[in-house]
Design a protein around this ligand. Sequence first.
Ligand code: HEM
Length: 482
Amino acid sequence: MLSPLLIFVAVLLLAVHSLRQLLSSPLNKIPGPWHAKFTTLVLKWHEFRTNRTRYVHHLHLKYGRAVRIAPNEVIFASAAAVKEIYCSGGSGYDKTEFYDMFKVYGKRTMFTTLNKDDHAKRKRILADRYANTNVVRPQSLDGIADRAGNFVKTCFQSVGGSLDLYVRLHSYAFDCVTHHLFHPNGTDSLLNSKDEEIMREVTFDDSLQNRLFQYYWPTAHKLMGKVLYLFAKPRETPLADDFVLDTCALTDTAPFTLLNRLQGPNYNLDALDVAAECLDHMAAGIDTTGDALCFLMWELSQPRSIHYQRELQRELLTNAGASFDKLPYLDAVVMEGLRCFPPIPMSLPRYVPAGGRTIDGFFLPPGTTVSCQALSVHKMDGTVFPEPDAFRPERWLEPKGDAERKRLFFAFANGGRGCVGKHLALAEMKLLLRAVYSRFTTLPDASMTAADMDMSDQLISSRPAGQRCLLRFDPLEAVGGD
Ligand code: HEM
């Protein structure tokens, strides 16, 4: 039997060893709150309360561009760190197991592959479906323009009342993304009467706490089983699962679609791989584009920004025949919207590779979790973005500082693992904004409060806390068309 003295000595040795490790960690040189040296609990507390991004931003404002936020985790907010973490070697450092939470049908998709090689294999297959040349093909672009036209019809129907943009914009994004993924030859639209239910299932998801719990404490999650469901809903998407599985059985899809490419004979993807990739892109393309437009149109509707809305209307009305990507003010408005309200505002975690790396002057041992979050990258450098919290589209029109602004623009991340859907998203955003602001002035509905539009973190994206965004649409003639 072990004597109490032996146990005491063993515990003491363990404590001394842990203390030595703690005191000699290279991360000790990095500023941060005192508790970050010992525990992840404070960080987790904020994650569970949908507040991680704002908490981390507050730490950046307090401690600077490099902050230790947990015993083994450091976050940066600089162009140099973005380049090192996300672009070195092409696609940057490998992803952490955080991305396991996003597996679909139990399968890894391009987004959830962790290492470079697996990622490169999948990306080689599908990247050209999202190249700008593919997005601007007439069949692809006309489909988006038609959907923007349908959105405008809904705006006209709402005149005299208000429209909940949060729901409508997500439906628009859903409709556009399914068009790009699945559009069958010879038909107009795939969607059936269940389309809004499917969109709601994918988008209006309240499973954050359940999924985080499962990620951090898998055994407890298993043991607690259904009891946990009473407090924290699991993610369940039966309609979307069926919709995508059924749709992926189509065989005659338009050449510009993702499905058309994934079904190619040389790629060795089974039916579930194809469906998983498609469902993942569907999820990736709805919240992001929907929320980006929602936050941006809300801002443009505020009295403080109405002159920007007027300037946008002026550009659109005086260049009615111009292509959507040849309108500098529209581009500036979109860039500033994505800078101020990045739909994926939070950390994109990666592991420091073997041998360790120096980032922003700090040496980090291998296996340290490092990241940047768009919200802080966009708002920490007042020389590149003066008055960083202010929405000021004209900053993007100044030739001076253009390269620096672009280097710090992180809404679509950066490097080989940056957003593959960027061109599609920009086309959707610009076509919708052009369709709306060449016809209407938008104003906030009186029932809305600023709290409704507070940023609420989800697993990787964020959404308006109130999950509503009521705007009024006044046809331009009614306000004098100025
Ligand atoms: C304004 C809209 C959008 C924003 C702000 C956005 C942002 C991002 C960001 C930040 C990432 C990197 C995530 C990470 O590293 O964890 C990403 C990746 C990705 N996005 Fe987007 N996204 C948008 C729209 C779209 C659309 C429309 C699609 C497709 C329909 C899409 C598909 C993807 C995919 C598949 C990835 C994974 C790329 C890879 O791992 O190589 N996104 N997006």
